[in-house]
Write a protein that binds this ligand. Structure first.
Ligand SMILES: Nc1ncnc2c1ncn2[C@@H]1O[C@H](COP(=O)(O)OP(=O)(O)OP(=O)(O)O)[C@@H](O)[C@H]1O
Ligand SMILES: [Mg+2]
Length: 308
């Protein structure tokens, strides 16, 4: 199925979104609120966002749904707001600061206080008062609370090599009118799937016989946004992050791995088939590299089943 490219040229921005690094604005259409986000030119950010959104569909992970978009000559993506009218997205940095007054809410990167241990402890606290997203239809029965769902987000990050789950890229949604609080669907996966790798580098890694240069080596080097608490602090790799998180709720983690196990090579390949390569600027090498990366990460994730 080809992907739609939604033309929003001529749309008047209602509000510019200040958070995040990319240029973006909110606009209303047919009583719904959408965010247009413009990936930086030639970075692959747009296709990484849309493809990751389709991977979430395969895993039935609640997520912001992204489509390609054109705004005049600018290429970007659009997504409907995950925050219902009257609701508020409370980002992780705000939550972390409530538990630790010294937490630096402004420091998105190189934030050593953003430790996996701290974040998991926060999620255990959040799980006492917050629920799963109320519209999420197909939660595995073993996933019962925000911590269990967040373990799914961490598995997703490892699968797509997302290195950007910093403290403004997840949070909880509070709806005071309905007296509900729940973990927000996952959003912002534009820094994933090796989108930043050059075609020359991809070609080299896809064809080399040098075991130190392969796509698997790239996969092994994937770092999550979370730090270890040891000295000196270091960022954990994506698989180690999942391994540690999984131990907090092994039933939920195994349910996520079961879902992952059902994803076939064909279904991953199919996701890339409908991307209009001329408009969206995804090269054949980018597709081959991203597919291999996903399949390698899938195998690496499944292989730790016994350990959790
Ligand atoms: N679908 C959505 N619904 C509600 N709020 C959203 C949605 N998508 C993004 N946001 C809000 O907009 C902010 C910026 O969006 P996003 O994280 O996608 O931008 P970015 O520029 O890619 O960020 P980064 O600097 O992390 O790469 C988010 O932190 C969140 O507060
Ligand atoms: Mg972001």
């Amino acid at each position: 199925m080809p992907y739609p490219v939604v033309d929003i040229s001529g749309t008047d921005p209602d509000l510019f979104e200040q958070l995040g690094t990319k240029s973006k604005f909110w606009f209303a259409k047919e009583r719904k609120l959408y965010l247009y986000k413009q990936g930086r030119a030639n970075t692959g950010e747009n296709w990484a966002e849309v493809v990751s959104s389709r991977i979430c569909d395969l895993l039935s992970i609640p997520h912001a749904h992204y489509d390609f978009a054109l705004y005049g000559k600018n290429e970007g993506v659009i997504c409907e707001s995950i925050v219902p009218s009257g609701g508020r997205l409370v980002h992780a940095n705000e939550l972390l600061a409530r538990f630790d007054r010294s937490y630096d809410v402004e420091k998105k990167h190189k934030q050593t206080a953003y430790a996996l241990k701290t974040v998991l402890a926060l999620l255990r606290k959040v799980s006492k008062f917050a629920t799963l997203p109320p519209d999420w239809q197909d939660a595995p029965k073993e996933v019962t609370d925000p911590l269990g769902l967040f373990i799914g987000y961490i598995m997703l990050d490892a699968l797509i090599a997302n290195q950007d789950r910093h403290h403004e890229n997840w949070g909880i949604i509070a709806e005071p009118l309905h007296r509900t609080v729940y973990l927000a669907p996952t959003f912002d996966h534009a820094s994933s799937l090796g989108r930043e790798v050059t075609d020359a580098n991809r070609k080299d890694r896809l064809t080399t016989r040098d075991q130190r240069r392969t796509v698997a080596c790239y996969a092994n080097k994937g770092l999550s946004a979370f730090y270890d608490v040891e000295h000196p602090p270091r960022r954990l790799d994506t698989i180690e992050t999942f391994r540690r998180a999984a131990k907090q709720d092994s039933k939920a983690a195994k349910a996520w791995l079961d879902r992952l196990n059902l994803i076939t090579d064909d279904s991953v390949n199919n996701i890339f088939q409908g991307i209009p390569s001329d408009q969206i600027r995804i090269s054949n090498l980018a597709v081959q590299f991203a597919v291999q990366l996903i399949l390698i990460n899938k195998t690496r994730l499944i292989s730790i089943w016994e350990e959790i």
